[in-house]
Ligand binder design. Sequence first.
Ligand code: HEC
Ligand code: HEC
Length: 590
Amino acid sequence: MSAWIAPAQDLGSLKAVSVPQPSDLSKYVRDPKMLVVLGKALFWDMQAGSDGRAACATCHFHAGADHRAQNQLVNPQDSFPVNHALGPQDFPFRVLSNPDDNRSGVLRDSSAVAGSAGLFRRIFGDIVSGSASEDGYDAADAPAFSVNGINARRVTARNSPSVINSVFYVRNFWDGRASNLFTGLTPFGDSDGRMNALAARGGGVAWESVRIENASLASQAVGPPMNDVEMSYQGRTWPKFGKKMLGLRPLALQRVSPDDSVLGSLANPADRGLLPQLTYLSLVQAAFQPEYWISEQGTGTDATQAESNFALFWGLAIQAYQATLVSDDARFDQFSEGAGGALSSEEQLGLRIFRTAGGCTGCHLGPEFTAASFSSIARRGAVQRLRNGLGRDTGFFRIGVRPIAEDAGLGGDDGFGRPLSLAAAENAGARSAAQGAFKTPTLRNVELTGPYFHNGGQATLGQVVDFYARGGDFPDGGNLGPGIRRRNLTPVERQALVAFLKSLSDDRVRFERAPFDHPELCVSIGHPEPLQADASDRRFPLSATDRWAAIPVVGAKGNSAPLQTFEELLAGIGADGSRTHTLTEACPIP
Ligand code: HEC
Ligand code: HEC
């Protein structure tokens, strides 16, 4: 047991950890600053979705995560109706007669997942020149996402984690399927052995392979654009997506602050978006080496070289932007740097429990608060590998959030049918350890990123602490991570633990100051009841009318009101202007 209690110095200020750098970048990139400009624009741009509405930011707009509460459930017919508006009474998803005893009677249980709403189920037709919105048609959806033949927006099968500090993970996604090795087109690293980049050499063009290490965020970023729950009509392709985006003016629908920390000097002073003379092609040309976009010759007859390489540009640019989203100035960082007064005595008690009676540092360790980060693995991976053969899956654990059969996590497959667990690929014994294991998430800014766990089944940090105090909800199935067992924590200790977790928030995140400032965005917030077809677009007779909310534009100096927490949203706190992102402002985008 004691081997898992990290020494005190195993936590610490994130300022001491250097940001991992992708290998081989200069081969592709001519201007790293422009790469970040391109990446930030792409990440926030609503034109990227097939519907001209869904951006990466749609599910990562709030402290890097998503705190929407209506039409956010998968498998909703299990316990909740389609388009359900979550309330405080719905959490936690599993309620026991004795909350401290995971063997006590079950009062309520749901296998639903609080994920993120994306697109309606639609089949891709074609892109429309000069338009963000693509042609396509509605397709009937499963009962989980439709009522009387009218479709609701589909929802992701897991909860959206924060993109802030995600650059520190060796592998991304809850199950680690976004590989550390970026191969230019898909998330799966070595499993994708194809040549995915088109290079101009000696008067012609030729395919070559891409192998960039420390690039899990690039691997991750090429997933959502072709995913028909998240951003795409079914059947869209990368060259088509590239052709659409390269011809568009960046962020044309959205206001950008002239004070934006990255985009400000390029913001259009007169109207929405970036300057009228800019297109995504011009930003790509500014950021990337000409060998990757100079030729008109691409795949087949109707794609240029730039269009053929769009996944490469997309992945590297968005990764470069997300690598700037580092929150290393929480009060906990200041405390670790020697400012003893930065944490209250209650928070310091919480820190002590986090390290000792709570057993939390067995997995949430290092300045990143996760064993799945580069620096944690460098520090401890070798020891662990010897101990249990799991070194390369370091930081993935089963803590008993749900039964293994509902979601195998690291025990599942990648898109090419290979085991996600790298240890299991070689060793059958490791396979069972991977079942139901998920990546240990960072706990930085966790106050702002509810609901919690891969299933979004806990609304408050108090509920999470109660979960750990009873040793998890589903201990059966074995292979629980180290330290997951019943712990006698008093109410005072639990409260202190929650107070400590809240000291991990960086005020720049809380108030959206640089680098966490951003363009305007509108997000769907469910559908009016009863679901009714939206008559305004004759192409989509099965799609329900949407409700939209504005996420207001913010520049480098941030907002005057702090972000609303998920808990506050459920309780209706903050709509009086005392919080930001209350999802109550009308969408100003036509
Ligand atoms: C419809 C909602 C949705 C959209 C759109 C979306 N994401 Fe996500 N994102 C998620 C969900 C859900 C997960 C977790 C999925 C999983 O782990 O299986 C996730 C995971 C991630 C992660 C991994 C973080 C971690 O801790 O493992 C990153 C990084 C990320 N998304 C960035 C992006 C980027 C970049 C885009 C656009 C290219 C994007 N997301 C679009 C919902 C979304
Ligand atoms: C055995 C390893 C392990 C230990 C010990 C552990 N955690 Fe975790 N923690 C995880 C994993 C893995 C997840 C994600 C699990 C999932 O969603 O299935 C997680 C998730 C969380 C989350 C939710 C974060 C989010 O973004 O959804 C919080 C909060 C948290 N842990 C706090 C704690 C606290 C407080 C303790 C000590 C009482 C603790 N953890 C002990 C591994 C651990």
